[in-house]
Design a protein around this ligand. Structure first.
Ligand code: PLP
Length: 378
C-alpha cells in the first residue's frame, strides 16, 4: 500500500548515515546539548540565511519561546491564520494572550493581508487588547505574503513571527523560509518537510540579544554562566542530541535532492490534474516545500466520494484541516463569529491532501493521478 508520508523510504536511503549518527551519540553519551546540537543550529541558520538558530523541543515551544522573549501575555492580541494547525494560536493562548484568528486568501491558503488589517483595526476600535504580534503561517509549505504582512505590521507597530513549521525549504525570490519576520520558527515533527525521529523545533533570529534570551528561556531562565542561577521564568525545551544527530544527514539530503524531488512530484501532479480540479497555487517568485499537496473539490460530498474511491485503490488521503481555529471547542467561550471567516469555512469543506514525499515513484504518482481521473470520468 502507498504511504502518505513515506518515512521508511527515506530511512532506507539514509540508513547508513543515520545509524552511524545514532551509535555515535550513544557511544559519547552527551545526550543533552551535545556537539551535534550546536553543529545543527549553525547549519540551519546558514541554510535559512539567518544569524542565529536556537533549537528546542518542538515547534509549539518554539512559538511560545519567541512570544515569551517578546514579553507577550495577558491583554495582548496575537493575530494568526484561521486555517492552520492549532499551535499557531495555542502558543499565544497558553501565555494568557488573546489569539485572534484571521480569514485566509483561498488561493494560497495563507492569511489574507486585507482581513489581517481589518482585524487589527477592529481590535484597536474595541480598545480592550493591545495588538502586538502577527504569527504568519507558511501553510502546506508556501511562504505567506511577507511583503504585505510586514508592511501592515510596520504601519500598526506589530512584530511579525513566521511560523514555518510546514515551510522549511520554501522561499520568496532569494529569501528562504525562516528568514521572514523579526523571528521565525520551525518544527521537526517527523512528517514535516525536515523531520526528526520524535519531537523537535527551532527558532531563528538575527538579534544577538534575542539569541541569548531564547537560550536562557529554553533552559529554565538560567544565566549563561551558572546553570543554578535562574534569572527568568522559562521552560525546559531543548532538542535532544540524538535528534540533532539524526537531523544532520537529513538536512544534507534535504538540501542536496529532497527539496527538488518534492517540487518534481508537485509539478507532475499539477501538470496532470490542472483542468480536472483545483490544484495548489504558487505565486510568481515563490517556492513551496510541499508539506502537503492540497487539491480542492466542489464540496464536502464530492470530497468524501473521491476519498472513498481512492482508498479502495490503496491511495491514502488526508483532510488538512477540517475546521478553522475559530471553530475549535477550546475557543468556544470566546464566540468568534463565522461571518468573519468565509474563506476558511469554504476551504475546510473542499480541501484534500494527496500522498506527498520526496521518495514517491513515478508509478505511484501515475496511480494517484489515474485514480482521480477515473473518478471524474464516472
Ligand atoms: C506542526 C505545526 C506546529 C507545531 O509543531 P510541533 O513540533 O508539532 O509542536 C506549529 N505550527 C504549524 C503550522 C504546524 O504545522
Amino acid at each position: 500500500m502507498m504511504e502518505f508520508h513515506d518515512l521508511g523510504a527515506q530511512y532506507r536511503a539514509l540508513q547508513k548515515e543515520i545509524d552511524a549518527a545514532i551509535a555515535d551519540v550513544i557511544a559519547k553519551g552527551h545526550f543533552i546539548l551535545g556537539e551535534q546540537v550546536a553543529d545543527l543550529e549553525d547549519k540551519l541558520a546558514a541554510f535559512a540565511g539567518r544569524k542565529h538558530c536556537i533549537s528546542c523541543a518542538n515547534g509549539t515551544d518554539a512559538l511560545t519561546l519567541v512570544l515569551m522573549a517578546w514579553g507577550i501575555g495577558a491583554g495582548d492580541a496575537v493575530f494568526t491564520s484561521d486555517f492552520t494547525y492549532f499551535a499557531s494560536a495555542g502558543s499565544a493562548s497558553v501565555l494568557g494572550a488573546a489569539a485572534i484568528p484571521v480569514d485566509i486568501n483561498p488561493r494560497t491558503f495563507n492569511i489574507s493581508p486585507d482581513a489581517l488589517e481589518e482585524a487589527i483595526l477592529r481590535v484597536q476600535r474595541e480598545g480592550k487588547l493591545r495588538p502586538r504580534v502577527i504569527i504568519a503561517v507558511d501553510l502546506f509549505g508556501l511562504p505567506a505574503d511577507y511583503p504585505q504582512i510586514e508592511a501592515i505590521a510596520q504601519k500598526h507597530g506589530l512584530l511579525v513571527l513566521e511560523d514555518a513549521a510546514q515551510g522549511f525549504g520554501g522561499s520568496i525570490g532569494e529569501r528562504r523560509a525562516c528568514s521572514f519576520g523579526r523571528a521565525a520558527t520551525t518544527s521537526f515533527f517527523p512528517p514535516k518537510p525536515l523531520g526528526c525521529y520524535g519531537d523537535g523545533g527551532a527558532v531563528f533570529t538575527d538579534s544577538k540579544e534575542e539569541d541569548l534570551l531564547l537560550r536562557s528561556l529554553r533552559a529554565q531562565g538560567r544565566s549563561p554562566e551558572d546553570k543554578y542561577d535562574n534569572r527568568l521564568i522559562g521552560m525546559n525545551s531543548r532538542l535532544d542530541t540524538l535528534q540533532a544527530a539524526i537531523l544532520l544527514p537529513k538536512l544534507e539530503a534535504f538540501t542536496r535532492y529532497e527539496l527538488d524531488a518534492l517540487n518534481r512530484v508537485a509539478e507532475a501532479y499539477t501538470r496532470e490534474l490542472t483542468g480536472v480540479l483545483v490544484t495548489p497555487y504558487v505565486p510568481e517568485g515563490h517556492r513551496c516545500s510541499w508539506a502537503q499537496y492540497s487539491i480542492q473539490l466542489k464540496d464536502s460530498q464530492e470530497r468524501e466520494e473521491l476519498r472513498k474511491h481512492l482508498k479502495e485503490q490503496g491511495i491514502p488521503t488526508m483532510v488538512y484541516y477540517p475546521r478553522g481555529i475559530h471553530q475549535q471547542a477550546a475557543y468556544a467561550c470566546i464566540g468568534f463569529e463565522d461571518r468573519l471567516f468565509p474563506h476558511t469555512l469554504d476551504v475546510t469543506q473542499k480541501v484534500l491532501s494527496l500522498p506527498m514525499h520526496p521518495y514517491l515513484t513515478e508509478d505511484e504518482i501515475r496511480k494517484v493521478v489515474q485514480g482521480i481521473k477515473a473518478f471524474f470520468m464516472k
